[in-house]
Design a protein around this ligand. Sequence first.
Ligand SMILES: [Fe+2]
Length: 164
Amino acid sequence: MTDNGIITPDLIRVIQQGYAINWNGIHGISHFQRVRENGLKLSGLTGANPSVVELFAFFHDSKRINDAGDPGHGSRAAEFVRKLNGSAFFLERDELELLAFACEHHTDGLTEGDITVQTCWDSDRLDLWRASIWPDRDRMCTEAARSEELIRWASSRIRLQSPG
Ligand SMILES: [Fe+2]
C-alpha cells in the first residue's frame, strides 16, 4: 500500500483549521486516516483512482457541524474541494468531479456509480465499527469490499472510543 503524496501536512492543516467539531472525535482525523488506508487497499483491488480516494478520505466529513446526521455536510464538502483544487491539491477536472460527487452523496446509501466513487463510499463504510455498527457486506458497492476478511481487517484497526 503506497500513498501518492497528495495528503500533505499543509493539506491536513487547512482541513483542521476549518474543522468545526472534535478533531479527535468519531468523524475526525483517526477516521480520515483509516478511510485513507481502507481506500488505498481497496483501490489496488478495484482499479479506482487512488488520489481521488485519498482526498475523499480527508474531505468527505471535513465540513460537519455535528457528529450526528448533519444532512448538509456532504454538499458542503463538495463545495470545499472545488474551492481548494488548484491550491491545496491538484486534480484534473474529471477527477475533481468524481471527488465532489463522492463527497456530496456519501451518506445517500447509493451503491451504483463510477468505480472510483464506489471505492470511496466503501472505504468509509468499512470504518463503521467505530460507531459499533458492523459493516454490512450487502451495502457495499464493490465485490472487493464484500470480503469478510477485509471487513475484519478494517474493523480490527479501530479502537472504540467513548463519544465526545
Ligand atoms: Fe466518514
